[in-house]
Design a protein around this ligand. Sequence first.
Ligand code: KIV
Length: 279
Amino acid sequence: MPKQSRKVRVPDLLKMKRSAQKITMLTAYDASMASIMDGAGIDILLVGDSLGMVVLGDDTTVGVTLDMMVHHCRAVARGVSRALVVADMPFLTYYSAADAIRNAGRLMQEGRAAAVKLEGGTASADVVRALTDAGIPVMGHLGLLPQQVHQLGGFRAVGRNHEEAEQLIADAHALESAGAFSLVLESIPAELARRVTSGVAIPTIGIGAGPHCDGQVLVSYDAFGLFQGSIPRFVKQYANLGAIMAEAARAYIEDVRGGAFPAVEHSVATGSTGVTAAE
Ligand code: KIV
């Protein structure tokens, strides 16, 4: 899609699906990286609860709290001028409609998100309806649901048998009917993602779900080589920033130990009014 400078809004995504323009989404957790990806023209920045794993070093997303999400979301929102900022609702923050409205409200009012994302299908439909009735745009999330990792017994693909596939299609329709404006499809077969994508009017955004979705999302720390743990097979690595940072850190250590840094130009000069920072 040609880079547009106008802010991306929720209804734009439906227009993009209708005109077969692929939607791009990456995760962001801080203002600096958000600003870089926003400047590159990304459509959606997701403040994902993958925060817990790739930034905070946990094994799962379960330990992420609402306060953490509000904090990081606010930082991302400060770095963005064009992309739509979507915030993940953490584990157990949307169990009842009343909790969901209060907690999503914090993500929007304090975190400055434009929309929220939550995991789950038919069982979450009433909550999605309550949120959308309250004016809160909701992105659904089907397939592998990382917040249910303990119940699932691990991170695994979903929808590979007939029963799971039919349930997922029913879930997609339930979320669409409840007012969700788009659906993330995670770790499902490409053919199932194709069926969902053609069966609903709202856009689907895939991660490990093949090429037929209306858009794609990746965890930025995985895609850019910052996360040092194991990454899913479906991730394409677009850069190895981890290696670049390690090289930069080694050069810095060598400079400091060898006395090459700081040089005169990095030192504070004495000015006429006293001590001032060097230009
Ligand atoms: O938390 C996250 O980063 C996500 C993506 C994997 C879609 O939910």
